[in-house]
Design a protein around this ligand. Structure first.
Ligand SMILES: Cc1cc2nc3c(=O)[nH]c(=O)nc-3n(C[C@H](O)[C@H](O)[C@H](O)COP(=O)(O)O)c2cc1C
Length: 193
């Protein structure tokens, strides 16, 4: 499959960046064609401006400022997100990617006010996430990033589309051993994605 990988970590030496490298390597080893979209490295501008908001519904004019990102999304047959969790959501650069690229006319259409997906070309969804919090604390606050992946994005692609959700919780107390084990899990899961 052509897999679009969205990555949002600003530090090349981080564990998040290591997970990104592992994901790319394992997807390629499995024979997938990978489009590596490293949002920080590409200097993606996440700010939806006043002008962007004024033309938000005017397809295809709304795509002009982010044309290459729209084309990359439209070519994708699968999507894998590799990101840390910040303030129980996505880092701003990744949130801004969704605000600016997942536009009316691109990912959905409003038909009589009802949302209809235009993402049927995407068949599978994956996520590799790290949390500072342990699973219980994430659960108590409702684990919003997990719901965005497993409910919102999944439903936008196709109800009950296959999803691989890999999370390393409790990063604040991680050890070399726990990090190694999670990298190994990511390798295994991405090689059979
Ligand atoms: C700005 C910021 C906000 C964060 N907010 C949360 C949070 O709300 N919940 C959580 O579980 N971890 C939070 N963390 C911890 C990160 O998830 C954790 O540092 C990261 O997953 C570890 O991966 P890294 O070492 O590759 O950055 C936050 C970290 C930063 C820098």
């Amino acid at each position: 499959m052509r897999v679009l990988v969205l990555h949002s970590h600003p530090v090349e030496e981080s564990f998040g960046a290591a997970l990104h490298r592992q994901t790319i390597e394992s997807l390629k080893a499995a024979g997938h064609e990978v489009d590596d979209c490293n949002l920080y490295a590409e200097g993606f501008d996440p700010v939806l401006s006043r002008h962007d908001r004024m033309i938000y519904h005017d397809y295809p004019m709304n795509t002009e400022a982010v044309k290459s990102y729209v084309e990359r999304l439209q070519r994708a047959e699968a999507l894998v997100i590799v990101t840390p969790v910040w303030n129980f959501g996505f880092p701003a650069i990744l949130k801004g990617y969704f605000d600016r690229v997942w536009l009316p006319g691109v990912t959905f259409e409003l038909v009589n006010g009802k949302v209809t997906s235009k993402l049927r070309h995407i068949r599978k969804l994956g996520a590799v996430m790290t949390y500072g919090a342990d699973p219980f604390r994430a659960f108590i606050v409702g684990n919003p990033p997990k719901k965005i992946i497993k409910r919102m994005l999944r439903a936008m692609i196709k109800p009950f589309a296959p999803v691989v959700f890999l999370a390393q919780y409790d990063m604040n107390r991680s050890t070399e051993e726990t990090r190694k084990r999670f990298l190994e899990r990511v390798r295994r899961e991405m090689e059979r994605f």
